[in-house]
Design a binder for this molecule. Structure first.
Ligand code: GDP
Ligand code: MN
Length: 381
C-alpha cells in the first residue's frame, strides 16, 4: 500500500524528521487560505500515487496567495499518468541550496534493511544508479540494533556533506529508519532531503510503501488507504479476499495457492505464452469466490484465453467446477477456457465441466499448451 506525500511526511514528522509547514486542500479557495497563513510563498503539489508529477506540471511554486489559488485551479484539472488530481499539498516554499536522496528498503539478499543515500538528490534514484552508481552510498542495518549514529555519519562523510550538517543528517536518518521500522514499511524515502539557504535540513518530498501483509499489525494505517487511487480490479479482489496482480500478457490465470500460481505462470511463460495476471483464490475457495475471480480476470480487456489450475485439497474440485459454470453464466465475453483439476473429487469436478462441454486437462503442461494455442489464435484474429 502506497502512501501519499502528505501522509508520508506527516509520519516522518511524528518520528522527528523535520518537514516544511503545510496543509492539504481540495479546492483553489482552500489553497489560497492556506497560502495566506503560510506567508504567501508556497509550493503547490499534486497528491497522486504515481511518479513524474513535476514533469506533468503537478508541482508549481507561487509567490502570493492569489497565484497559489490560480496554480491550484490548473493543477486540480490535471490528470497525471491517467489519475485525476483530487488533492494538493500546500507547503511553505523553501530556498533550496542542496538536494540529497535518502531512503530505506529491504535488501533481500542480505536479509536486512539497507539505508541508501546520494548527493545526487531530487532525481529518480534509479537514474542515479544507472548513470552514476559511484554516487550512491549504502549502510546495512542490523534489525536487532537499529541504525547506529556512526553509520549515518559515515554516509554523510561519503557524500561529502559539510561537517556542520552531520549531526542533523544523522538525526534525520534515524527518524527515517524508525518510521520504516515501526510501520513495517517496505520503502521509506526522502527525495529530496534539502539543505536550505538558512542551513536547515528538511524532508521536502516523502514516500512510504507499507507491507500489506503486515497491515494487520497497524489497523490505524488502514485508514490512510486512498480508495480513489487503486486499480478497481485490485480493490475488488481485495474485497473478496483474493490476491490479484495485473500483468501485461493475455492469458488469464486462476490458481489456488500462491506457489502453484507462480509455477503456473512460469510454465506458461516457459512454453511461449504471456500471463495476464497473478491470481491466488486461496484455500477453501467456494463457488462464489471462484465466480468473483473470473469476473475480475475478464474485466481485463487484454485477456484472450484463461487457464484454471486447481489442486483440490481443501478446495473441492466439484465446488470449483460449479463455481466456474455459475460465473460463466454471468459473463458476456466469450473467451477460451481450459481447466486442470486434480485432487479431492476431481472426477466429479471434471464430469461437471465435461457435461457443460468445457475443456479439461490432467497435467499442467497439457493445460498450458492448450491455453497458449488458444491465446495465439485469438490474438491473430
Ligand atoms: P516529485 O517530482 O514527484 O518527486 O516531487 P518533489 O516533491 O520531489 O519535487 C520535485 C522538485 O521540485 C524538487 O526536487 C525541488 O527541486 C522542487 N521543489 C519542490 N518543492 C519545492 C519548494 O518548496 N521550493 C523550491 N524552490 N523547489 C521545490
Ligand atoms: Mn521527489
Amino acid at each position: 500500500m502506497k502512501l501519499h506525500e502528505y501522509q508520508s511526511k506527516q509520519l516522518f514528522a511524528e518520528h522527528g524528521v523535520p518537514i516544511p509547514r503545510g496543509e492539504v486542500a481540495e479546492t483553489p479557495a482552500q489553497v489560497r487560505a492556506i497560502a495566506e497563513q503560510l506567508g504567501g510563498s508556497v509550493a503547490v503539489k499534486s497528491q497522486v500515487l504515481v511518479g513524474g508529477r513535476g514533469k506533468a506540471g503537478g508541482i508549481r511554486l507561487a509567490k502570493s496567495p492569489e497565484e497559489a489559488e490560480q496554480l491550484a485551479a490548473a493543477i486540480l484539472e490535471l490528470e497525471i499518468n491517467g489519475l485525476p488530481v483530487r488533492k494538493v499539498l500546500v507547503d511553505e516554499a523553501s530556498e533550496i541550496v542542496t538536494e540529497i536522496y535518502l531512503g530505506v528498503t529491504n535488501d533481500r539478499t542480505q536479509g536486512t534493511p539497507v539505508i541508501i543515500a546520494s548527493a545526487e538528490g531530487g532525481i529518480e534514484i534509479e537514474e542515479v544508479a544507472r548513470d552514476h552508481p559511484e554516487k550512491i552510498v549504502r549502510a546495512w542495518v542490523d534489525p536487532l540494533i537499529g541504525l547506529r549514529d556512526y553509520q549515518a555519519r559515515n554516509l554523510a562523510a561519503a557524500m561529502e556533506l559539510p561537517r556542520q550538517h552531520w549531526g542533523e543528517f544523522s538525526r534525520m536518518a534515524r527518524g527515517l529508519f524508525d518510521t520504516y521500522w515501526s510501520l513495517d514499511a517496505t520503502l521509506a524515502e526522502i527525495n529530496p532531503l534539502v539543505i536550505t539557504r538558512e542551513e536547515k535540513l528538511l524532508a521536502l518530498d516523502g514516500k512510504i510503501v507499507l507491507d500489506d501483509n503486515a497491515l494487520y499489525r497497524h489497523p490505524e494505517l488502514e485508514e490512510l488507504r486512498d480508495l480513489d487511487e487503486e486499480a478497481p480490479s485490485e480493490r475488488e479482489a481485495r474485497g473478496h479476499g483474493l490476491s490479484y496482480v495485473k500483468l501485461d500478457g493475455n492469458i488469464g490465470c486462476l490458481v489456488n495457492g500462491a506457489g502453484l500460481a507462480m509455477a503456473t505462470m512460469d510454465v506458461i511463460k516457459g512454453l511461449g505464452g504471456e500471463p495476464a495476471n497473478f491470481l491466488d483464490i486461496g484455500g477453501g475457495a467456494d463457488a462464489e469466490k471462484v465466480a468473483a475471480a473470473i469476473q475480475i480476470i475478464l474485466s481485463d480487456p487484454d485477456v484472450h484465453a484463461m487457464m484454471f489450475n486447481i489442486f483440490g485439497g481443501i478446495t473441492r474440485c466439484d465446488e470449483v467446477a460449479r463455481g466456474i459454470l455459475m460465473a460463466l453464466e454471468e459473463v458476456s465475453r466469450e473467451v477460451y477456457l481450459v481447466t486442470r483439476l486434480v485432487g479431492t473429487n476431481e472426477e466429479l469436478g471434471r464430469r461437471i465441466l465435461a457435461e457443460a462441454k468445457m475443456d479439461t486437462a490432467s497435467s499442467l503442461v497439457e493445460a498450458a499448451e492448450m491455453v497458449i494455442a488458444a491465446s495465439k489464435v485469438s490474438v491473430s484474429e
